[in-house]
Ligand binder design. Structure first.
Ligand SMILES: Cc1cc2nc3c(=O)[nH]c(=O)nc-3n(C[C@H](O)[C@H](O)[C@H](O)COP(=O)(O)OP(=O)(O)OC[C@H]3O[C@@H](n4cnc5c(N)ncnc54)[C@H](O)[C@@H]3O)c2cc1C
Length: 438
């Protein structure tokens, strides 16, 4: 009987595995793919990590861990040149390479094993994969996200109609092909940029249901929403307020990076200068896809305006659905969560990411990447990945192994009850003092 089994090895459970290593916990992590990948169909040459690379698997919880991005750079002989670039960010390709380096060094990861069933067994769980059965006291679900595909496109998925997640796995557009890109978020923008940069000229129609292409707001104040204190306060709020905040603050996570918006605008401006814009590109805002029908080896796409319901049809050769992602809920997870306490059809997850059950369960079930409405928008991105792992580890151990390294935030939030008394900040021990105490 292991202490914990992690199901799925994406960045979230990879961080957990890295931070578990120095603890006494006996852990195993299972992944259905043959090796570590990070959204490979969207690993475009220009794609950037949208957070600081210090939001790696470990640094914000344990800057001394050997699994930090800085250690990766040092051991690959790139630390000085990375600093010399004067750009604190990195590409998604480099960050994937970092993740793969971490994955190669951890001994608790098993690839090529798909979990098909998890069931209560004695004082824990029996986890069945395609080949083996394992037992553990607790499970951490890290199965991540899957493409969100509009209902009208589902029966047509193939080489000419596909989700952005498969973009690089399909043949590129040929000369003169008319491509429809659906979705005005980061993935749609990255794909349009990629197609505009290719020497082969395709005709692009890009549609978004939003009224414009909105950039991600990640100014320093807004980014305080991606810090531990904010998430803790958010978790304690009533559902209605949490819903309103998630909706209101969507563009702090779901928008297009400002640099990419500006690069795209410039590329289109240059086409205008060359006189090729009108024939090669069209951007339609406030429009939704309503139907797709096959038409002489092409696709007839019906679009409808949101503000002024006006129907519009176009003929295209290929459709790329940059329509976002949704939490993956495989059948074993639906069965396991059947007894979970629900809030508006979503399982309730505690501050330590453990699912709350209405019935007795033999051990904790932790759920990652599915608590946007419980922990806020940070729960679906990399900002607090190490912090989340530390909460899960402390909960598994029943005592703090990792210290809470969260800073005092400048933005005071919805509830001030967790703020120290005036003068209390001085009285609070620093991280180093806490480390010295323990
Ligand atoms: C294209 C893209 C770019 C992103 N870029 C950023 C960014 O720059 N910054 C940021 O903060 N966030 C980003 N995000 C959001 C978020 O950080 C990522 O989605 C991240 O990959 C989530 O990690 P995860 O571990 O939860 O899930 P995933 O990365 O989806 O990994 C889940 C893993 O579980 C495996 N799995 C599923 N079912 C089973 C099973 N039954 N048995 C075994 N294994 C299974 C899957 O094969 C997969 O490898 C991005 C998201 C996307 C889609």
């Amino acid at each position: 009987m292991l202490d914990v089994i992690g199901i799925g090895i994406g960045p979230f459970n990879l961080s957990l595995a890295a931070l578990i290593e120095p603890t006494p916990l006996r852990a195993l992590f299972l992944e259905k793919r043959e090796g570590f990948c990070w959204h490979p169909g969207l690993a475009l040459p220009n794609s950037r990590l949208q957070v600081s690379p210090l939001k790696d698997c470990v640094t914000l919880v344990d800057p001394t861990s050997p699994y930090s991005f800085l250690n990766y750079l040092a051991l690959h002989g790139r630390l000085y040149s990375f600093v010399n670039r004067r750009d604190a960010s990195t590409s998604r390709r480099e960050f994937t390479d970092y993740y793969q380096w971490v994955a190669r060094r951890l001994k608790t990861l098993r690839f090529g094993e798909e979990v098909v069933d998890v069931a209560p067994f004695r004082d824990g769980y029996r986890v069945n994969t395609s080949t083996t059965t394992y037992l553990a006291r607790a499970v951490v679900i890290g199965v991540g996200v899957e493409p969100k595909i509009p209902a009208c496109a589902r029966p047509l998925i193939g080489n000419a109609v596909y989700h952005a997640a498969d973009y690089l796995e399909r043949d590129p557009p040929y000369v003169g092909e008319h491509v429809l890109v659906v979705g005005g978020g980061q993935s749609g923008a990255e794909i349009v940029e990629h197609m505009l940069s290719r020497p082969v000229a395709a005709r692009i129609t890009w549609v978004t249901s939003r009224t414009n292409l909105f950039a991600m707001d990640d100014n320093s104040f807004v980014n305080e929403a991606y810090m531990p204190g904010y998430s803790r306060r958010f978790h304690a709020l009533p559902l209605q307020q949490r819903r309103a905040i998630v909706e209101h603050e969507k563009l702090t996570s779901d928008g297009i990076s400002v640099e990419l918006c500006n690069r795209l605008y410039d590329m289109l401006y240059q086409r205008g200068v060359e006189g090729t814009l009108d024939d090669s590109f069209r951007l339609l805002s406030g429009v939704v896809l309503t139907d797709i029908t096959s038409h002489n080896k092409r696709w007839q796409v019906d679009l409808s305006g949101i503000a002024a319901p006006r129907n519009h049809s176009i003929l295209v050769d290929r459709i790329v659905l940059a329509t976002g992602f949704q939490p993956r809920t495989p059948p074993f997870l639906q069965t396991l969560l059947r007894g979970a306490h629900m809030e508006d059809s979503l399982p309730v997850v505690g501050p330590d990411y453990a699912v709350r059950f209405d019935q007795h369960m033999p051990g904790p079930v932790y759920l990652q990447n599915q608590s946007r409405l419980q922990h806020g928008l940070q729960s679906v991105n990399l900002s607090l990945v190490a912090y989340r792992s530390s909460l899960i580890i402390n909960s598994l151990l029943g005592q703090p192994f990792y210290l809470d390294t969260s800073d005092r935030q400048i933005l005071d939030g919805y509830d001030t009850s967790d703020m120290p008394e005036p003068g209390g900040l001085d009285a609070m021990p620093t991280t180093q003092q806490m480390a010295a105490i323990t």
